[in-house]
Each structure stands twice: as C-alpha cells, then as structure tokens.
Design a protein around this ligand. Structure first.
Ligand code: CU
Length: 173
C-alpha cells in the first residue's frame, strides 16, 4: 500500500508542478443564453487565486455591466453585476493571478434574452481593454530613501557621542 501510494505520488507530483491552476468552470457558462439576467459572473479554478491584480470586464449592449469589485474565495472569483441587465450579448474579460504568482487571462461570452426584457438604447459604449500586464513592484520612493539616510546619520552621530563620553569618562581622574 505504501509503495503504491509512493508510486502514485511520484507520478502525480511532477504533473502538478508542471502547470498552475486552470479555469474549470464559469457561471454563466460560456456561450449560454439566459432567460433570467444574472446578478454575478463567477470563475472557478482548479487552484487558489490571490486578491492581487484582479480585473474584470463584463461588456454588454449598454456598456460595462459590472458593479463593485470582484471577490476572491479561494478557487472562486465572483464579480457582481449591475441590476437590470438589458437583453443582448455580453463579453467577459478577466485577469487573475494564481497563488504561484502566475497571471492568467481569458474571455468568454453569454447572451441575456429575458422574455419581454429591455434592450439597450443609444449607441454602444466603447470600453478600453483591460490591462493584463503583470503588476510590477514600484520603485522605492525618494522620500523613504532620504528618511533612511537621515536615520542612519543620526544613529552614527549618537554612537559617536556615546563613544566620546565613554572615552572621556575612562580618561577622567
Ligand atoms: Cu503557474
């Protein structure tokens, strides 16, 4: 039994290390036609997603349909939608970062077709594409560098003063 488990682990571990978590499910499903307007879009991955670098766009006939920020719950990311979505095609563009630090991006579409539902009025709203570049750590602000130098200079000055006092006390009568 132990040997069997060991062999299984040896086979399974490299396969797991080879790639990060995959998207395993979306709600609504890709290509779905819904007769009830959804109140959220949810992605489910095979591994955890971190709360950093999350970007969601849900673009419908009336422009952006998202409301509020996406929420991460371990392997699931939920993006709330505005109420009363009009009928038409919606495109979801997403960008997440897996817990191994790798970014992941994708898109899918669904159709809202509520019987007797409203349609968009006016011309479609242009939406800029999401920024899928990996967030880079920002450079150290000058303020903190200057503060660091000042602190070091003060510490050295204090050390010198203490050292002089000790020496003068030692040389005293
Ligand atoms: Cu990865």
């Amino acid at each position: 039994m132990v040997i069997v488990l060991g062999v299984l682990a040896a086979v399974a571990l490299p396969a797991r290390a080879a790639g990060h978590a995959q998207l395993i499910r979306t709600a609504p499903a890709s290509g779905a036609t819904l007769t009830t307007a959804p109140d959220a879009v949810q992605l489910e991955f095979s591994g955890n997603v971190i709360s950093l670098g999350l970007q969601f766009q849900v673009i419908g006939p009336g422009g952006l349909a998202t409301e509020g920020k996406p929420v991460v719950d371990f392997t699931k990311v939920t993006q709330p939608l505005a109420g009363g979505l009009v009928n038409g095609s919606y495109q979801v563009n997403w960008h997440v970062v897996h817990d191994d630090g790798h970014p992941d991006t994708g898109s899918f579409g669904f159709v809202v077709q509520v019987p007797g539902g409203a349609t968009a009025t006016g011309s479609p709203v242009a939406v800029a594409p999401i920024d899928t570049s990996t967030p880079q750590p920002q450079g150290l602000p000058v303020f903190w560098v200057v503060l660091g130098v000042v602190v070091v200079v003060l510490l050295v000055a204090v050390a010198v003063i203490i050292d002089r006092r000790r020496r003068s006390e030692a040389m005293g009568p």
